[in-house]
Structure formats: C-alpha cells, structure tokens
Ligand binder design. Structure first.
Ligand code: NAD
Length: 348
C-alpha cells in the first residue's frame, strides 16, 4: 500500500514533489496546501486536492508523510507542527537555518517517534555519483583535493532567495547541496579549518555566490564554489589524487580520468609558450598516463522516497542521517563566521 503524502507549499519545488509523487511506486499524493490561494487554484486545475488550511492538512488521518516545501525560514515551525500532528516529515533543504534549530526539530521527532529527514535529492545526481565511485574504487589512491562548482549567469533569483529574513543566499541554496555531497565524498575525514569568501555581485543583502575551502585534519582540502554571475563555467567536479586526476565538465557528462601508470618519464618534451618554454607544466605522454572516460552511473531519484518509506516501516536506515545534516549546517555556520571575520576559522 502506498503511503499518502501531503505537501506544504505548492511553488516550484512543491510542484516538483507533486510530479514525482504521482510517478512513485511507494507514495501517493493526498493533496497540497499553499498560503497563497492562487497556488491552491493552480493545484486544483491540475486535478490535485488543495487543503483549505494547514490545520485541515495536518488533521488528515490518511496522511502519513508531510513534505515541507516552503521558503527556508518557515521550515522549523512547519516541521515541528507536522511532527506534533503525528506525521513523518521530509523537509526541503536547507533543512534548518542553524544547528540549534535542527537539534530542536530532531528532539521533537524523537519525542513523537516520527521520522524526519532533509531532502538531499542531489545525492542522486550522476556527476556526484561518478566522482564518489572514482574515490571509492581507490585506483587513483589518496585524495589530495576535491572541487565542486556550479555557475549561473543570471544573478540570484529575485524572489525570497535574495532576502535574509527568508533564509536567502547561495550558501543556504546551492551551498547546502554541494556541502552535503562533499562531506559524503570524504566521510571519514575530520574538518580542521574553514575559509569562505562571499560574493555580492547583484545582491548586497545575502551572498549571491561564495568560495568555500574545507581543510581536513589530514591536510586534504575540499573546495565548493557557487557563482551566479559567471558567463563561462568551470568543471562541475575536479578531483586531484596521488595517482591521477578526474574531471566532469557538465552535470550529465561522463567523467574523464587520467591515471598515472609510471611516475618516472624517460624524456619530457618542453612546451613552447608565447614567451618561453616549460617542462614542469608540459603534459605527460601516453606511456606514463592513461586517459579514459567512465560510464555515467545509474541513478533513480525515486530511491529517496523508497528509502524514507522503508525507514518508516523499520526496514532500512534513513539515507540522510541527522548527524550528516548537522555537519552541513555546522559548515555553513563556520562559513558565515569566516566571511564575517575574513579569516580562516577553526572547525571545532
Ligand atoms: P517557491 O517560492 O517557488 O515556493 C514556495 C511556496 O511556499 C510558495 O508558493 C509560497 O506561497 C508557499 N508558502 C510560503 N509560506 C508558506 C506557509 N507558511 N504555508 C504554506 N505555504 C507557504 O520556492 P521553491 O523554489 O519551491 O522553494 C521551496 C523550498 O524548496 C525551499 O526551501 C528551497 O530551498 C527548496 N528547494 C529545493 C530544491 C531541491 O532540489 N531539493 C530545489 C528548489 C527548491
């Protein structure tokens, strides 16, 4: 039997959930509720039941799961209300605006015995999964540095994302996804220090881009960069390991891997640049370097709902663990501290 889901907030992402739920093999849509009547009318025009109030939604006994898909500042209040009403909750990212808020909500989930999760759907992105696979296979040996970037060129959206009071800004928007992915790529590494610079290219109230560096106790580094005023992009992922490098240029492109077969080279052909020559920066030849592409991993974002339903039924562990969400929020808090002080800050 499919579990019934109700969605709070029927905007862009609420609409995405409604579509996914309609196609799901484990959940079905009971209805939606949006604070704006016009959004409820849109839902009705699409054949979706629109609750007349939040109370009506939360009182619907058939509903087992509530999706919170409202602007970021309302996640805490709505999640707590839904948990108290005896619902399991999938809360959109950023799951909360602070570690303290997350701790409160998790305490409520524990008290009510309900399941609560952040919707980290980008764990199903194939670019991320390809880099994860390359790291896990270990052929390239130790990671030295991993970089993750997304660049747009239209500035930060002019909606609530551009306003501080609603939890706007790119650290809370794309940052959450990329930091979650990066911390999953190096799950056994402990962060030592954090440095972050914010950009304000089209918006001065919130960050509309940032460059974040995590320095691990092992001296590995991870860089996350989000830009909203870049007319050319950089690779989506760049991985530097002891025995090779990997790169993915665009979201759904295959990863290119360069594997160093032999460290020593017989002869290095210098590169002639416009104003000189270099051997240090000359490319390697095919004798010492093997270059190849890897297949795009198979991924199904519906596994997120499948896992949450299985977790509610006690059959699986929840994919997104509270301590993982906590780590992401702590990184964001430290990033804001670093931006404020304009210096490297300790993680602990
Ligand atoms: P949006 O502005 O398009 O939609 C938000 C909707 O929530 C609006 O229709 C608004 O009227 C409604 N709303 C506001 N307060 C409400 C309340 N108290 N009760 C009921 N409805 C309320 O925003 P969006 O792009 O849909 O983003 C919503 C959330 O989803 C954000 O937290 C965002 O970060 C997240 N999101 C996640 C992803 C993802 O890939 N996981 C993608 C986009 C957005």
């Amino acid at each position: 039997m499919k579990k019934l889901v109700a969605i709070i907030g029927y905007g862009g992402q609420g609409g995405w959930h409604a579509e996914q739920i309609r196609k799901s093999d484990v959940v079905a849509l009971a209805g939606v509720y949006d604070i704006k009547p016009e959004r409820n009318e849109v839902a009705k025009s699409r054949g979706i039941y629109a609750y007349s109030s939040l109370n009506e939604l939360l009182s619907d006994k058939k509903v087992e799961i509530v999706v919170v898909a409202t602007p970021n500042d309302s996640h805490k209040e709505l999640s707590i209300k839904a948990l108290m009403a005896g619902k399991n909750v999938i809360c959109e990212k950023p799951v909360m605006l602070s570690v303290a808020d997350l701790d409160e909500v998790v305490a409520m989930a524990n008290k009510t015995g309900m399941h609560f999760t952040a919707h980290q759907n980008r764990r199903f992105d194939v670019d991320y999964l390809a880099i994860k696979k390359i790291i896990q296979e270990g052929k390239l040996q130790d990671v030295i540095n991993v970089e993750s970037r997304v660049f747009g060129s239209r500035g930060i959206p002019s909606d609530w994302r551009g306003q501080k009071q609603f939890g706007g800004g790119m650290l809370y928007d794309w940052g959450v996804h990329l930091i979650d992915q990066i911390t999953q790529l190096l799950p056994n590494e402990e962060i030592n220090k954090v440095f972050c610079i914010a950009q304000h290219t089209t918006n001065f109230e919130v960050d509309d881009g940032f460059k974040l560096t995590l320095i691990y106790k092992s001296n590995k580094t991870a860089c996350v960069e989000v830009g909203t005023l870049n007319y050319l992009t950089m690779p989506r992922f760049y991985l530097q390991c002891k025995k090779g490098s990997a790169k993915i240029n665009e979201w759904k492109q295959r990863a290119t891997v360069a594997y160093c077969k032999y460290w020593n080279e017989k002869e290095v052909m210098p590169v002639q640049t416009a104003a000189g020559i270099t051997k240090t920066m000359a490319p390697r030849d095919e004798i010492t370097l093997d270059e190849y592409v890897i297949d795009i991993p198979i991924s199904d974002v519906h596994d997120f709902y499948r896992n949450f339903v299985a977790a509610i039924d006690g059959k699986e562990q929840q994919l997104v663990k509270h301590e993982q969400s906590r780590l992401v929020l702590k990184v964001i808090e430290k990033a804001f501290e670093s931006i404020e002080k304009c210096q490297v800050v300790d993680f602990d």
